[in-house]
Design a protein around this ligand. Structure first.
Ligand code: GCO
Ligand code: MG
Length: 402
């Protein structure tokens, strides 16, 4: 089975998505998600200008070989643009292999280890009361794990809060907005948020929190300790993770589990974190981590060190990526938890899919391949709009991690 066409589709049904579509001489179509929030067109160009021409005439069945061809063949290694592009090709090839075999992708990955992937939803609020109320809504909807974010008094535009009960969407149309950050106020406020949630709903479900790369290791150690009474499932991205040994300091002070990796794109970004057992969950998404092929390598290493999966699943990863994540989730032995933010109705219209939410979990679906399609007519109705993630500053104007 040979690839005869490789095309990139950019669409913005509420937010931007980049999709690679491969067609074979047998008339089968494979899809890969190539969305990199705020840098979408760089990946679109990398694929269109430098990768698609290399795919024409290639045997669609040679997934591992194609991965190595694109990774080693570029000479320049890693980086989010390169690895997102390689991931899109890899995922589209797995989709094609499934369709050619008339099997859902998880069957090609060794078959089911579990029926469905337990997910966590996002509760948020400007105030503690609003956030607590939203946690209740998720529990009533059947979720067994909930991430909670809340506004911090005096700190406007904080990460993870949609405002007035709205779902949270980080990218903003136009040029990047700026937000303000106050570490001391945050560290004082967040333990009260979790005290209020546990006080109202008890301990019979999982709670999570995303620090979003804003603390130093010793500050993160303090927060991890202060949150211990509330038994979090994980504290996410407590510090920027370029300095992997920095996590030793956090680890030495707290038993709150740590999840890291949504900005990683290769096993080399987390090799030390995993092999020194400095983290508990790895969050690298299929679409930024070199696809199903490379992500399975990361999870294979992680399994040796008792590290489990916790794949990124924000709305800036398309339904194609979410479906691919689910096929990995149900087929690996060391699954932890899957993030799930439901996409908008417009996004679901552009990407019809067979995965579905049931009883706090997502079912991967039984269709051959990934079980996601793209409606190109609908996609054409939503042209690309420039949109960026915010830039963050301390009160004195210093640029800080967002
Ligand atoms: C998460 C993430 C997102 C990211 C977003 C950036 O845990 O879901 O931190 O909210 O900020 O995906 O594009
Ligand atoms: Mg996060």
């Amino acid at each position: 089975m040979k690839i005869i066409e490789a095309r990139v589709i950019v669409t913005s049904p509420g937010r931007n998505f980049v999709t690679l579509k491969l067609t074979t001489d047998e008339g089968l179509v494979g899809l890969g998600d190539a969305t990199l929030n705020g840098r979408e067109l760089a990946v679109a160009s990398y694929l269109t200008d430098h990768v698609c021409p290399l795919l024409i005439g290639r045997d669609a069945g040679r997934i591992e070989d194609t991965w190595n061809y694109l990774y080693k063949g570029a000479y320049w290694r890693r980086g989010p643009v390169t690895m997102t592009s390689i991931a899109a090709v890899d995922v589209a090839l797995w989709d094609l292999k499934g369709k050619a075999a008339a099997l859902p992708v998880y069957q090609l990955l060794g078959g089911r280890c579990r029926d469905a992937a337990t997910v966590y939803g996002h509760a948020n609020g400007e105030t503690v009361d609003e956030a607590v109320e939203q946690v209740g809504a998720y529990l009533r909807a059947g979720y067994r794990a909930v991430r909670v974010q809340a506004g911090v008094p005096g700190v406007a535009g904080i990460y993870g809060v949609g405002g007035h009960g709205q779902p949270y969407e980080p990218a903003v149309a136009g040029l990047p907005p700026e937000t303000v950050w106050d570490t001391a106020a945050y560290l004082r406020h967040i333990p009260d948020l979790f005290a209020a949630v546990r006080d109202k709903y008890g301990f019979d479900f999982h709670l999570l929190h995303d620090v979003h790369h804003r603390l130093t290791p010793i500050e993160a150690a303090r927060l991890g300790r202060d949150l211990e009474p509330y038994r979090l499932f994980w504290m996410e991205d407590p510090v920027p993770a370029e300095l992997q040994e920095g996590f030793r300091l956090i680890r030495g002070h707290t038993t709150t589990p740590i999840a890291v990796g949504e900005v990683f794109n290769a096993v080399w970004d987390c090799r030390q974190l995993i092999s020194e057992q400095l983290i508990d969950f790895v969050r690298t998404p299929v679409s930024h981590g070199g696809g199903i092929t490379h992500l399975r390598r990361i999870l294979g290493l992680a399994e040796l060190y008792h590290v489990r999966s916790g794949f990124h699943g924000a709305t800036d990863l398309s339904p194609v990526c979410l479906a691919a994540a689910l096929h990995v989730d149900v087929s690996i032995p060391n699954f932890g938890l899957q993030e799930y933010m439901a996409h908008s109705a417009e996004t679901d219209e552009v990407f019809p899919h067979s995965y579905r939410f049931e009883d706090g979990a997502l079912l991967a679906g039984e269709e051959p391949g990934l079980g996601v399609d793209i409606d190109e007519e609908a996609a054409a109705r939503y042209p690309y709009r420039a949109a960026y993630l915010p830039v963050n500053r301390l009160r004195d104007g210093t640029v800080h991690s967002w």
